[in-house]
Design a protein around this ligand. Sequence first.
Ligand code: 5GP
Ligand code: ZN
Length: 113
Amino acid sequence: MDCLFCRIIAGEIPAKIIYQDEKVIALDDINPQAPCHKLIIPRNHIATLNDLSPIDHGLIGHMAQTAQKIAGELGIAEHGYRVVMNCNAGAGQTVFHIHLHLLGGRQMTWPPG
Ligand code: 5GP
Ligand code: ZN
């Protein structure tokens, strides 16, 4: 298994896991880009958003609900937060197992880089 996030999910690589359920895990990003930077990762390996099939559509909703829940618990929901999924290298994806970035705790700017 050469996927970093599959190895974290399997417990082979340590990570600061802040939430988990039967569909997803959420953890601290190792290189945070904001005071709050979490990754919400499905347990199933899906390489990119391009590889999503109709059967996975509920999973994306569950990932968004998980972001909402974590943002509320961390106290960043009222001020605001950003969720991002990079798709392929041209968008900055470096780990090819889909994940939602949850960023908050500072003022965000637009457009993103
Ligand atoms: P991407 O660039 O694919 O959208 O996001 C990958 C994210 O994974 C990056 O923000 C990067 O900092 C994070 N990351 C890379 N390696 C590790 C790791 O070993 N542990 C954790 N917790 N995050 C990682
Ligand atoms: Zn994987």
